[in-house]
Ligand binder design. Structure first.
Ligand code: CAA
Length: 283
């Protein structure tokens, strides 16, 4: 199949990043969200990123215009009737994702592949709500999408080899490096990353060290570009908690129990960078 048009569902941080790299790769891209102001905000952040690249001399002004011209705003899921590939990057909630996939399955032509950017929800379960489970796949990008090279590609139980290959090719066209993993809670990225972040939060909770000290240890001692507490704020503490819950429930192992301090911050609305306050304060 020759993919020409892609729809990205969800115009937040991840969705707008995915739409940007897809448009940069030459695809026509619908950026969809439930509200026009959400889509406008996503498009504005793409415009800002591209302008920065023009200023740095990494992109010409005419390339920037051509990339922006390939992006189409959408608030009507029915626009998916003429797309070849969908990347869903909506809220990490199984009920919301299931509803979106049921509708997409009705709207999209039979050849359309339905991918999810979920960071930990089971692809096999998402696929099961559709009548095309062989065309459902996980395509997990990392934040910030325009910068991070990895795409974790998750095969559901019924994902076909053909759809896997197509998704891998598409990732390469977007200048990403695809890595194949199977469908288990947290896949590989978050099964390894989140327990480290959760343990760092336990260190704050138990008074082992301050967030600044923990981040310094991991940056200078382990060469991480960002310390785990800062990274948690950057990812979103609600997302971190949701992923820990998936691991805890999925494996039934107490080593994945979310730190009570993480729960407390999420309950307080301290969600990290996006809400202005997490373990650090942002203005
Ligand atoms: N969007 C687009 N570009 C961005 C960006 C953003 N949000 N943030 C930074 N960049 C670009 C900058 O413009 C800069 O580009 P040039 O090289 O062209 O100048 C480059 O990235 C480096 O940025 P900075 O010099 O400002 O800062 P830095 O060197 O500290 O890098 C960083 C910033 C790339 C975010 C780096 O700190 C980093 O790699 N952090 C870790 C990120 C990470 O671990 N991400 C994975 C999170 S987990 C996840 O996403 C999965 C999940 O399911 C939860």
């Amino acid at each position: 199949m020759n993919v020409q048009t892609i729809m990205v569902i969800g115009a937040g941080q991840m969705g707008s990043g995915i739409a940007q790299v897809a448009a940069q790769a030459g695809f026509r891209v619908y950026l969809h969200d439930i509200r026009q102001d959400f889509v406008d905000r996503g498009l504005a952040s793409i415009e800002k990123n591209l302008s920065r690249n023009v200023e740095k001399g990494k992109l010409t002004a005419s390339d920037k215009e051509a990339i922006l011209a390939r992006l189409v705003a959408s608030t009507d899921l029915a626009d998916a009737r003429d797309v070849d590939f969908v990347v869903e990057a909506a809220t990490e909630n199984m009920k919301i994702k299931s509803e979106i996939f049921v509708r997409l399955d009705e709207i999209c032509p039979p050849h359309t592949v339905l991918a999810s950017n979920t960071s930990s929800l089971p692809i096999t379960e998402i696929a099961a709500v559709t009548k095309r489970p062989e065309k459902v796949i996980g395509m997990h990008f990392m934040n910030p999408v325009p910068v991070m090279k990895l795409v974790e590609i998750i095969r559901g139980l019924q994902t076909s080899d053909e759809v896997y290959q197509l998704t891998e090719d598409l990732s390469k066209q977007m200048e990403k490096v695809p890595v194949s993993v199977n469908d288990f809670p947290g896949f590989v990225s978050n099964r390894v990353l989140m327990p480290m972040i959760n343990e760092a939060i336990y260190c704050v909770y138990e008074g082992v060290a301050t967030p600044e000290a923990i981040d310094e240890v991991m940056k200078l001692g382990m060469n991480h570009p960002m310390g785990p507490i800062k990274l948690a704020d950057f990812i979103g503490l609600d997302t971190c908690l949701a992923i820990m819950e998936v691991l805890y429930e999925g494996f039934g192992d107490s080593k994945y129990r979310p730190c009570p301090l993480l729960r407390k911050y999420v309950k307080a609305g301290w969600l990290g960078k996006k809400s202005g306050r997490g373990f650090y304060e942002y203005n």
